[in-house]
Design a protein around this ligand. Sequence first.
Ligand code: TYC
Length: 102
Amino acid sequence: EGKPDDQTGVITKTRPKTQRPPLYKVLLLNDDYTPMEFVVHVLERFFGMTHAQAFEVMLTVHKKGVAVVGVFPFEVAETKVAQVMDFARRHQHPLQCTMEKE
Ligand code: TYC
């Protein structure tokens, strides 16, 4: 498996760096106006959470101001953010969703 070095004869193994796509955290931000049940619904609908998981994450955002609601490749993260922002806007809630590189 290893190759002897031409000068020294020392055997070294090369370990090619595996390329992984960069991942992006999708963040949900707290505000004073979006109803808790709406946020829970968003987390169920767009992030595949159970009602119990969604309620827990919603409460974390409510108490801490922000939480990571998922980690995805760029295009998936972008789509989730757009879906949440569009859904919130259509329901006239000020809910904010953003993404950042992990
Ligand atoms: N703070 C909101 C309220 O008291 C609830 C809320 C939770 C809003 C999470 C946004 O991302 C959010 N109605």
